[in-house]
Design a protein around this ligand. Structure first.
Ligand code: SF4
Length: 91
């Protein structure tokens, strides 16, 4: 496992001017999906993983998700010197 920081990660992009957090250097991680995008309703109660939701097939290996109180949208904003186990260096 390679440890690295968001600023050097392929999934990170500094927030644009006027986006939340841009003045303090925050960036968005594109490797953390929104809960609403990574899950779907299941008709089978035996499969429920989160309430009545289950992970979609493409997200079975997901390590983190974002969610907000209204279910509208949420992004993972990080400082450039944050890092995680999913780091992949930029090429
Ligand atoms: S190091 Fe982790 S949190 Fe930071 S951009 Fe990469 S995947 Fe996202």
């Amino acid at each position: 496992m390679t440890l690295g920081i968001c600023a050097d990660c392929t999934f990170w992009a500094k927030c644009g001017v006027s986006e939340a957090g841009w003045k303090i250097g925050l960036g968005k991680c594109s490797n953390v999906p929104k809960f609403q995008d990574a899950t779907e309703s299941s008709p089978d109660p035996e499969k429920y993983e989160f309430g009545t939701e289950v992970l979609k097939p493409d997200y079975q290996d997901v390590k983190a998700m974002t969610i907000d109180g209204g279910g509208y949208r949420a992004d993972l904003l990080t400082m450039p010197d944050f890092g995680c186990v999913s780091y992949i260096p930029k090429v």
